[in-house]
Design a protein around this ligand. Structure first.
Ligand code: ATP
Length: 349
């Protein structure tokens, strides 16, 4: 199954939410949509599920048109499952009956076998006779996932499925959900605010901005090769530092002159912004370039230092946690940049 979303537009009254949104998803792949609050992530899911009509463009699945300007297949005919933030299990039904809820047309034996198979998949064997209030939040969300997977939907949509859970549980559940979705072979799209969650779950991530997908790529490419300044800023941490072009494949930064991939359309003396991630800067007191610690955050496995360079430029550096330096201390720092990302100089900086 290929899901194709082509140039869709959607407005609520006069409010244009999706202006020209496109992406494609292969069968069995998991995608995540990331974007600021109100960027239209849930609206994308709602148009695909058939809860909202699109004004133009097209949504098709396995070659069949689901939505277009004058086509709207009803939601219940689309064979699309949904999982929401509030697991919304039926409180008066047991775990088994919740999971089997959408299988009322199935023969009893087949239904029971499918429920047992899903209970094993979500690691809740033996919980079939319990009621939702007897389960933890994470267990309830796994049951909600199993209920949506039970009828073998062609596509599963998950809208912030972990946001009501605490952070540690979210991370564990995100990994588990990826395994569950992969072993069911289901194609899925998840909406989340949390980049780490998206990176843990997704094969492909779409960054939404101004009603469009600004970039659609694997998590690795999004982080290391952001195609626009917005994506570079939105994904991960980092700063933009000033670079002066000194040759066709050379650029001068505060740490020295570097050989870089070809700088098309650039001339000697042109000034660019270069994206520097915290993991591109290596702390080493043996080097001559230094910076002053202006703040630090201890994160267990590492420190995130904010450092002031001699030019006054502030940078972020991720440093292993046994290198504990005080605010105001001068430490050695060098640049080890593998992925060069250049952007036009932001005049406001
Ligand atoms: N039923 C509606 N009627 C009118 N406006 C709506 C409706 N639903 C959403 N909107 C508006 O459309 C925009 C996009 O909403 P949507 O819920 O899709 O964004 P989102 O990216 O999922 O947001 P969040 O991350 O905050 O949940 C918002 O400005 C929202 O106020």
């Amino acid at each position: 199954m290929d899901l194709k979303v082509s140039h869709i537009k959607h407005s609520y009254g006069h409010k244009n939410v999706l202006t020209d949104l496109s992406f494609e998803l292969n069968a069995g792949e998991i995608a995540c949509l990331l974007g600021g609050s109100g960027s239209g992530k849930s609206t994308v899911l709602r148009t695909i599920a058939g809860f909202e009509r699109i004004q133009s463009g097209q949504i098709s699945m396995s070659g069949q048109v689901l939505s277009a300007a004058h086509v709207h297949m009803p939601a219940h005919e689309r064979q699309i499952g949904m999982v929401f933030q509030d697991h919304a299990l039926f409180p008066h039904l047991t775990v088994a009956d919740n999971i089997g809820f959408g299988l009322f047309k199935w023969a009893k034996k087949t239904r029971e076998a499918r429920v047992q198979q899903l209970l094993t998949l979500i690691h809740l064997e033996g919980y079939d006779k319990l009621f939702p209030h007897e389960l933890s939040g994470g267990q309830q969300q796994r049951v909600a996932l199993a209920r949506s997977l039970a009828p073998r939907p062609k596509l599963l949509l998950l809208d912030e499925p972990f946001s009501s859970l605490d952070v540690e549980l979210r991370e564990r559940l995100a990994r588990e959900v990826r395994d569950i979705l992969k072993s069911e072979g289901v194609t899925a799209i998840m909406v989340t605010h949390d980049q780490n969650e998206a990176f843990a779950v997704a094969d492909m991530v779409g960054v939404m901005h101004q009603g469009r997908i600004e970039q659609w790529d694997s998590p690795y490419v999004l982080y290391h090769k952001p195609s626009t300044r917005y994506v570079a800023d939105f994904i991960g941490q980092g700063v933009f530092v000033r670079g002066v072009v000194t040759g066709k494949q050379r650029i001068c930064l505060e740490w020295g002159e570097f050989a870089v991939p070809a700088l098309h359309m650039m001339q000697e003396g042109d000034v660019l912004d270069v994206l520097i991630r915290p993991d591109d800067l290596i702390h080493d007191d043996k080097v001559t370039s230094t910076a002053v610690v202006t703040s630090k955050v201890f994160r267990g496995t590492d420190f995130m230092y904010t450092l002031k360079m001699p030019s006054g430029q502030e940078v972020l550096a991720q440093v292993p946690s046994h290198h504990c330096h005080e605010i105001g201390e001068t430490i050695g720092l060098y640049l080890d940049l593998e992925h060069w990302n250049f952007f036009p100089r932001d005049k406001n900086q």
